[in-house]
Ligand binder design. Sequence first.
Ligand code: GLN
Length: 204
Amino acid sequence: MQIEDGKENSMVTVGVLGIQGAVKEHLEKLRLIPNVEAITVKTHQELNKVQGIIIPGGESTAIGKLLKEFSLMEPLKQRIEQGLPVWGTCAGMILLAKEICKEPTGHLEVMNIAVKRNAYGSQLNSFSTTKIIEEILENPIPLVFIRAPYVERFWGEARVIAEVEGNIVACRENNMLATSFHPELTEDLSFHRYFVERMILGKE
Ligand code: GLN
């Protein structure tokens, strides 16, 4: 892993893929966590600086297309396959999935999940709820869904972290986390803490 020269060991650099979507909101949340330097990632050089990366919500088709245009698709895929901790929220979940329902190919195709886009249909386009997610926190966490996908199937080392009304809305597979919902749009910091402390720093 490449870490910027002269960086204190106690600081951790976390990137937010900054080509489209809810980038600022994730950066603001990360900056509330002590010893985190949060940076926008738009170039290969910036990608090389980070010890973990968030792929934000937005429009997965647009982000996928721009990843290619920015020549970031292959380098990002490679770093994830080499173990870079990654968390995809909403469109980010779709970007990580190996399979997308009714679409011939995926984007990064790194995570053993098959997802359905806009899975809640037009009636329930956006909604919010609260839920205890044991892996993350013992208290209920607010969950905001916006034209959200859910996970239809998972296999290999992927495992379920949260379900809402029988639908899988969060999965983890080794260095990868995918959530259908948007913790960056709520007051809750527990998912960002989980990503930094457990997945990047490896604290139990
Ligand atoms: N519906 C979007 C997509 O398919 C995802 C929505 C979101 O990220 N909030 O990419």
